[in-house]
Design a protein around this ligand. Structure first.
Ligand SMILES: [Zn+2]
Ligand SMILES: [Zn+2]
Length: 287
């Protein structure tokens, strides 16, 4: 078995086509980007030239592309202004992904320190339902709920949270899941031994189901298990260690999953991380 879709989260500074260059520099067939400054609500409209040049280079390089939604968007907010901006920002981002031919849009569920977890989950599901209905013309863009470390009042640090949001949306086919390895570890799930890893993956199958898994973020963790703090480390350089990543890249259940490193640094550091991952894929002997 071979992990087929592997790449890094890269910068589009200097233009969208630079994402394709970064992928080339790191020998990747996949890439993840922010389609706009993730720390601002607004973005200038995409130009026809930006759209066509990016689509062309992604096809030329045979890239599978994911976008990550702005961290400002919070579907769990009860602040009217933030709620309104979040829904509009999410809808706009789906449209940008459709125009750019981006297949996956990864996002964090949301948070609300004034509500219970259950109330926040219900609110997120309602807002998501509205967004799905408003973007019926963008069915090709898959909305990918990411597991979180559980910092503050973040929803998504239990697999059950993600399952419930999907369930409340009638198991909508446009809603899928991203497992971030650093986040689940910080949230308290151990995957460092084969038995713990299998336990987690079997749990995932029972609670959510592999049919919903489309993306994985392969990041080591600078903080120990259960810390609930989201700090990414280079592969093998954090508290998770190499074994978990060896299990992942050799797991037949994950064969067609888009795998993205969101580790510190740029092309040089990402290439080191990606080469470590590729180097751990077991060669199947044919004798
Ligand atoms: Zn992530
Ligand atoms: Zn993270």
């Amino acid at each position: 078995m071979k992990t087929s879709l592997l790449g890094a989260h890269v910068s589009i500074a200097g233009g969208f086509t630079n994402a394709c260059l970064h992928a080339k520099n790191t020998g990747s067939n996949a890439v993840q980007i922010f389609t706009k400054n993730q720390l601002q609500w607004s973005a200038s409209d995409l130009t026809p030239d930006e759209i066509s040049s990016f689509k062309k280079c992604a096809v030329d390089e045979n890239l599978t592309v994911a976008a990550h939604l702005s961290y400002l968007v919070n579907l769990g907010s009860t602040d009217e202004s933030i709620k309104e901006k979040s829904i509009l920002g999410f809808v706009n981002e789906i449209n940008r992904c459709r125009l750019l031919g981006i297949k996956y849009l990864v996002f964090h569920p949301g948070s609300n320190k004034l509500l219970t977890e259950k109330e926040t989950i219900d609110l997120i599901a309602v807002n998501l339902n509205g967004i799905i209905n408003q973007t019926a013309g963008s069915k090709d863009v898959i909305l990918v709920l990411e597991t979180t470390a559980g910092q503050g009042s973040q929803i998504g640090h239990r697999l059950e949270h993600i399952a419930e949001i999907i369930e409340l949306n009638g198991n909508n086919e446009r809603l899928c899941v991203c497992i971030d390895i650093c986040h689940i570890f910080a949230a308290g799930y151990d995957i460092r031994t084969l038995s713990e890893y299998d336990k987690f993956m079997n749990n995932f199958e029972d609670i959510i189901g592999f049919n919903k898994l489309k993306v994985m973020h392969l990041n080591d963790s600078l903080k120990p298990i259960g810390s609930k703090v989201d700090r990414h480390a280079p592969i093998g350089k954090g508290f998770i260690g190499l074994d978990a990543f060896r299990f992942i890249v050799n797991d037949a259940r994950l064969k067609n999953i888009l795998m993205i490193v969101e580790t510190p640094g740029a092309d040089k550091e990402h290439k080191i991380d990606l080469d470590i991952l590729k180097g751990m894929i077991k060669k199947i002997r044919k004798d």
